[in-house]
Design a binder for this molecule. Sequence first.
Ligand SMILES: Nc1nc2c(c(=O)[nH]1)N[C@H]1C(S)=C(S)[C@@H](COP(=O)(O)OP(=O)(O)OC[C@H]3O[C@@H](n4cnc5c(=O)[nH]c(N)nc54)[C@H](O)[C@@H]3O)O[C@H]1N2
Ligand SMILES: Nc1nc2c(c(=O)[nH]1)N[C@H]1C(S)=C(S)[C@@H](COP(=O)(O)OP(=O)(O)OC[C@H]3O[C@@H](n4cnc5c(=O)[nH]c(N)nc54)[C@H](O)[C@@H]3O)O[C@H]1N2
Ligand code: SF4
Ligand SMILES: [Mo]
Length: 740
Amino acid sequence: MATQPAPTRDLLEHFGPHRAYAIDAAGPEADRLVKTHCCFCGQQCGIQLKVNGNRVVGFEPWEEFPFNRGMLCPKGVKRYLQGSHPDRLLHAYQRDPAAPGGFRPLPYAAAIEQVAAAIQRIQAQYGNDAFAVLSGASLTNEKAYLMGKFARMCLKTANLDYNGRLCMVSAAAANKLAFGIDRAANPWSDIVAAEVVWISGANIGECAPITTHYVWQAREKGARLIVVDPRITPLARTCDLFLPVKPGRDVALFNGILHLMIENDWLDHDFIDAHTIGFDKVAEQVRNWTPRRTAEVTGIAERLIRQAAQWWGTARTSFLLHARGIEHHTHGVQNVLGAINMVLASGRLGRPGCGYATITGQGNGQGGREHGQKCDQLPGGRDITQPAHRAHVAAVWGIEPEELPGPGVDVYEIFRKIDRGEVRGLLSICFNPKVSLPDNTFVGRMLDKLEFYVAIDFFLNETARHADIVLPGSLHEEDEGTVTQIEGRVLKINRCVDPPGEARQDWRIIQDIAAALGRNRGFTFANPREIFEELRRASAGGIADYAGITYERLAREFGVFWPCPSEDHPGTPRLFEDGSWNPVARGQGRFYFPDGKARFHVTAYAPPAEDVDDAYPIILTTGRVVSQFLSGTQTRRIGPLVDQYAEPRVEMHPRLASRLGITDGDWTTIVSRRGSCTLRAQVVTTIRPDTVFVPYHWPGARSINQVTIAAQDPISKIPEFKVCAVRVFKAKAAPEYEER
Ligand SMILES: Nc1nc2c(c(=O)[nH]1)N[C@H]1C(S)=C(S)[C@@H](COP(=O)(O)OP(=O)(O)OC[C@H]3O[C@@H](n4cnc5c(=O)[nH]c(N)nc54)[C@H](O)[C@@H]3O)O[C@H]1N2
Ligand SMILES: Nc1nc2c(c(=O)[nH]1)N[C@H]1C(S)=C(S)[C@@H](COP(=O)(O)OP(=O)(O)OC[C@H]3O[C@@H](n4cnc5c(=O)[nH]c(N)nc54)[C@H](O)[C@@H]3O)O[C@H]1N2
Ligand code: SF4
Ligand SMILES: [Mo]
């Protein structure tokens, strides 16, 4: 392999002209096609990658795969270009201020030795918990499982958490509180059979594009589509009823709808009596949520609220979907519980065409939150504080339960621990917190405060720029394993090529560190299949039970839905069906509690952590665009995706724009109590006039997370990405980054 020079460009700002457009001008022929899945979002569309030698050179649709039937969004179509980008890390790197770009390559083995030495020094000096681990939900189940085991068993640190903390945790906490299990309740085929589809805080057209197809199929059959969002998203443009909620007020809307359901007796009393507890308390609490009060708080006209309640209340079948729009809040768990109350009161759950789901985010947003890389969780969705759960996992790992650390803290708290000197060293994999955490100026300062930081990635992401050592990990197509997609279906990812240069599969890197520490017992897996076999045993009897899933079944059956307790079990596409078995209720009911009943929860409304005032009178909300993915490290390197949406813009309504003297394309400054950001305005009629929207996929001066607030939900610890208070004005000049 030819050696690649150290990256010398300033990646902190943007990637300049270096974007992958095509593999070869001539377009090489494929010598084989590999059936696998997209590396990006939680839908995990089936795709066939064209491979020539050790290079991925293109794709073909995979029309037999049932979820997407060959359909792909723009990211899936262009994903194959990332491996050929010149920034692909082919060596380990060491920080060296004198070297061009700030890093110089060093031999892989020497880098591993340095990492092990630093871990040993920091843990000897400050204790095991002084070394923290951050992991990611784009990793396969095998890698996610290994990261949890590595942190707990090899490093013996409690301080492990993952990027799903920024993503799935409000929905996860609420689903566990209400149902005792955290997974989409239904396969997507139930969307098609629903009479009413309710979508709250999900930009399905851009962020779960293939799900659009399911919603439209329902519409073709006459379903009514209700969308709740401060923006008229692409899918909302085709809906029957649009509720333009003021950001941060969703629980008030859900309470108001339940109020009208009770007032009109649009309730399933038999279901409520037989399968739930806690309804009376909730009914008492929503008595105050009259349509008038609901309208005042949510900013939605009373007429629209009544119409939505009537459609929802009187439907025979329905499907409620939500995503980060209601979850990225200091009241994210309350919002989700409010949505669940509405579903439980309707009794439309656990039957064909009757469903509920949160839309998962990252590629393995589902599996990544089940197998023990969360600060309080062990594999199989087990709880690290419960003695029986600890005993089961300790037995699989061949250690005593007392050797397992206790619960750790969430990602943001790990950064606060760095500030307090309680965490001195960090290993991160598959996570770019410098871009993706709120108030990220603080995050950058904390990274520099670490005594030692090692990052594992295939690109030098903006966080890794602060590392002492960077280890070259593997792309999705360079390894095999499993992921669990949006519906709860476990899928097989197949290897197309080998990692280039000195890059290694991530699990090998982790095991190499364990070996260099002299602690490789339990870290001698020869391949992902061996890791999966152990994961099956570790998850057996847990709620996320994968015991009956094998690589062979996954290939044969186009995936298997968990829970799947034995090899002769068919898997569980639809949860909460009458008579369906679950390990907690043991045949005594549908839901995953010992009494088999779902829980209603009283859902109190409170305004966002930082509401608007005279000094900061405009609401900022943040999110995504279709052609960019997360912190953008991958999609900002793919030419056609950059061309589609090249830089973040500030969406604002013409009325707000004219009040501020701003016209489309003007440089516009957004200022909060944390920081500021200058971007071009995009004047659109599809947003509430009291709110501006900015996508967050860019680093440095273009990063809107300089402005967002680090307030967190008290239960889930998710940050409030979806609301903070800002001042907006026409910039005096173009930002500096633009002039360079
Ligand atoms: N193209 C693309 N697709 C992706 C991703 C990506 O980065 N790019 N990321 C993946 C990941 S990890 C995730 S988590 C998902 C996220 O998928 P989504 O949650 O659908 O995406 P977001 O843009 O974060 O926010 C969704 C919507 O919430 C709205 N919103 C803002 N505030 C509120 C509010 O207070 N209430 C309500 N009801 N709505 C509000 C926004 O206007 C936006 O339309 O997408 C996945 N798919
Ligand atoms: N303002 C604002 N901020 C947000 C959000 C928002 O809506 N608004 N959304 C939040 C959400 S929902 C999420 S999920 C987070 C995501 O935030 P992050 O998780 O920080 O973002 P990613 O871009 O996924 O970073 C993952 C890194 O992992 C690398 N990577 C991907 N796959 C692999 C792999 O298999 N192996 C290895 N070794 N590395 C890999 C990528 O190159 C990238 O550098 O951002 C959050 N931040
Ligand atoms: S919808 Fe998601 S999984 Fe499918 S092609 Fe697009 S990014 Fe990939
Ligand atoms: Mo996410």
